[in-house]
Unconditional design. Structure first.
Length: 199
């Protein structure tokens, strides 16, 4: 959640980045001549637009749900069947890593409860009270330090010992308005190297 103090940092970057695609989507999808003419000015008889709720959409999608999965217990039943099978099948142990959001600017001991959008960075200073200091493995208002990802990968390698690993998306910190292509590439390359070394 943004607070007033973030406006000077976040808004100058996020508005130029998001304004064009958002306004383009509004103009292309919401404020079409058909929609304005029909819904707002009531000049046209067609086309007719129907506003549906999430529940309406869900009901429409689930209306022809196959009987096999009607009770939403298909996966549970499948796993029970596999577990109780007297002829065990070969299985693979998999790990899925998603959205690590590592912060390459994370500084241990820096202010963890700053008044801005991203804390645990040198720019917020170093408080003397340990309760407000960014920890070695992270803090609640901050993105992930590299040390936490490294520790997690070591745990996965030594304890979980997966046969395969899925790694998806969002590698950089949440300062989207300020992320450069180079920063995104550096975070992705660093995580790639860490995974290769650990596993």
């Amino acid at each position: 959640m943004l607070v007033a103090s973030d406006a000077a940092t976040v808004c100058p970057g996020i508005i130029p980045m998001m304004a064009t695609p958002v306004l383009d989507m509004i103009g292309r999808e919401l404020l079409t001549k058909e929609r304005l003419c029909n819904e707002f000015m009531e000049f046209c008889a067609i086309p007719s637009f129907e506003t549906i709720t999430v529940e309406d959409f869900s009901n429409r999608v689930l209306a022809d749900k196959p009987e096999l999965i009607q009770n939403d217990d298909y996966v549970t039943n499948l796993y029970s069947q596999i577990y109780n099978d007297p002829n065990p099948r070969a299985t693979l142990r998999a790990v899925h890593i998603s959205d690590p959001h590592i912060d390459l600017m994370y500084k241990v001991g820096s202010l963890s409860n700053c008044p801005g959008y991203l804390c645990c960075r040198e720019e917020w200073g170093y408080p003397t009270n340990p309760a407000y200091q960014a920890g070695q493995f992270g803090s609640g208002s901050c993105d992930l330090p590299v040390s936490t990802l490294d520790n997690m990968l070591q745990h996965i390698a030594e304890t979980v010992k997966p046969d395969l690993l899925f790694w998806t998306g969002d590698n950089t910190s949440h300062n989207d308005w300020n992320n450069s292509n180079e920063e995104v590439a550096n975070a992705t390359l660093l995580i790639t190297q860490m995974i290769k070394e650990a596993l």
